[in-house]
Write a protein that binds this ligand. Structure first.
Ligand code: GLC
Length: 539
């Protein structure tokens, strides 16, 4: 490890790994993953080389949205274990020199949270204004046209107190009123509780939703809506999300984090780049890492991806640290989007770009979206819009550890069915196979850690065309790397018009290429990527 990296923080040099706790490892045979299970697999994560683990919500919850509907922010759901298990987990994570990031869901609570139970009990309850309550329109309809992300209206009528409350997601997930100072204080206290327990950071759920237009104006119709899209997309959520005042909230959270040493905050934000980068905050006092979902959202085409990388690099504020994500628990897996061979190229892209990479559990073994029979669908997004194939279950199936019964995930019946091919695709087999996705991931992570140019070096685009893209990474005083990725299935040529150089292939998606000495005339197979250490250069 070179000195240059001492100038950077752990969340800049590190690789983040997302665990969806229901599906990672079960320890008690109930078919649902838990904290003891995660503990059991920490050595695996350390072997893989990841530096930080982000765990999706583990708090008490009625599980209407699988933990993103929290009924107690400072406890652990008995399904996952206890606070003692949690303390043990944090200790063991730290003992392995890794960090632990918790998921915080401040935009909404469960409708079973005591705050909401109080709030809905009467119009003059002191917590009434902790949520967003409004009178009906004169015709009795909801206060405005806002829609729920999970289908239908964003407003729910409360018979007892005769007002509507707003919920951006399920009606079981009422939105908090973040304009209320007591709500702000309550959530900052929640953050304190976990920070005091040693948590290294938070991933803030739907950060861009947290404040709504004061006048609650109607959202405009989306002129580009098409029938296959989620019903939510019928409107442009210009008044229900991304309001200017949200930045004051983010700033307050940041201030709290800064009062502890070495903590960080990731923001979940689905917005265009120019908007996304505002979440770094004025003078960088916002989110440390506003999640950059371009590799998830954009078509997998070389020119599009190349332009997006440059657009992002160009839009970053001074000192804003980049980050990249290929998948998460809300999106189809990368293998199912681009194919298993191309997913290897995607892994190489994720782990050679400048900025913190986040890996979704299972992607490192090339897990794919698992077909879940209609009658087994559990995700509310899938259930509420059954004709749109929007269920997120396929990307949330149990981790495939080995070829034993239930893939080593559980001794019981898994809560969601396993990929039927798990006997061919699992950690144990891939650990022994030099051509496996797992070893590709591990070697990419190792190389990224060893080479300062790949950890923190500059990014410079070299060229791109309809098939391939190429860029260099370089840290002053260290070897420079050229990365060439063929995003198509057909062979392609890298033949930049003006460059001359020689170099050595240090890693390739086809290990056969490794060690070969190359110059500027390179041809790649379909779905191939190479990392070249430049030895002599016009680059
Ligand atoms: C975020 C989570 C998603 C959840 C939603 C509502 O987008 O990632 O899983 O359903 O917020 O909390």
């Amino acid at each position: 490890m070179s000195e240059i990296k001492n100038d950077y923080l752990w969340w800049q040099t590190g690789v983040v790994y997302q665990i969806y706790p229901r599906s990672f490892q079960d320890s008690n045979g109930d078919g649902i993953g838990d904290l003891q299970g995660i503990l059991k697999r920490l050595d695996y994560l350390q072997w893989l080389g990841v530096d930080a683990v982000w765990i999706s919500p583990i708090y008490p919850s009625p599980m209407a949205d699988f933990g993103y509907d929290i009924s107690d922010y400072i406890g652990i759901h008995p399904l996952f274990g206890s606070l003692d298990d949690f303390d043990r987990l944090i200790q063991e994570v730290h003992a392995r020199k890794m960090k632990l990031i918790l998921d915080l869901v401040p935009n909404h609570t469960s409708d079973q949270h005591p705050w909401f139970l109080e709030s809905r009990s009467s119009r003059d309850n002191p917590k009434r204004d902790w949520y967003i309550w409004k009178n009906p329109r004169p015709d009795g309809g909801p206060p405005n046209n806002w829609l729920s992300v999970f289908g239908g209206s964003g407003w729910e009528w409360d018979e007892k107190t005769e007002q509507y409350y707003y919920h951006a997601f399920l009606k079981e997930q009422p939105d908090l009123n973040w304009r209320h100072p007591e709500v702000q204080q309550a959530m900052l206290n929640v953050m304190r509780f976990w920070l005091d327990r040693g948590v290294d950071g938070f991933r803030i759920d739907v950060m861009w939703h947290m404040i709504k237009d004061l006048q609650l104006r109607d959202n405009p119709v989306n002129p580009d809506y098409q029938n296959h899209m989620a019903t939510y997309e019928q409107l442009l959520p210009v008044y229900s999300t991304d309001q200017p005042e949200v930045h004051e909230i983010v700033q307050k959270m940041r201030k709290l984090l800064d009062s502890y040493s070495d903590r960080m905050m990731i923001g979940e934000i689905y917005l265009p780049i120019q908007k996304l980068v505002t979440y770094y905050g004025i003078d960088g006092k916002g989110a440390h890492l506003p999640f950059n979902f371009q590799l998830i959202s954009l078509p997998w085409e070389a020119k599009v991806i190349a332009a997006a990388i440059d657009q992002y690099e160009g839009a970053l504020p001074a000192n804003g640290w980049p980050n990249w994500v290929l998948g998460n628990h809300d999106q189809p897996r990368i293998t199912s989007r681009v194919g298993i061979q191309q997913a290897r190229v995607a892994a190489m892209l994720l782990l050679t770009l400048r900025g913190t990479p986040t890996i979704y559990y299972g992607d490192e073994i090339g897990m794919r979206d698992v077909p879940i029979p209609f009658q087994e669908v559990q995700d509310p997004q899938g259930l509420n819009m059954p004709d749109k194939n929007l269920s997120r279950d396929p990307a949330r199936t149990p981790m495939q550890w080995d070829a034993s019964l239930q893939a080593g995930f559980t001794e019981g019946k898994p809560w969601l069915r396993l990929d039927r091919a798990f006997q061919r695709t699992n950690v144990q087999l891939q650990k022994e196979d030099p051509y496996s996705m797992l070893l590709l991931y591990k070697r990419l992570i190792d190389l990224r850690h060893i080479e300062p140019s790949l950890t923190v070096g500059d990014y410079t685009p070299v060229c791109s065309d309809n098939q391939m893209l190429a860029f260099t990474r370089h840290a002053e005083g260290h070897p420079k790397f050229l990365i060439i990725l063929n995003l198509s299935h057909r062979p392609c040529y890298f033949k930049p018009s003006t460059l001359t150089f020689t170099g050595t292939v240090v890693m390739a998606t086809s290990p056969e290429l490794e060690g070969s000495v190359v110059d500027e005339n390179i041809s790649l197979s379909g779905d191939e990527g190479v990392i070249i250490r430049i030895t002599d250069t016009g680059l």
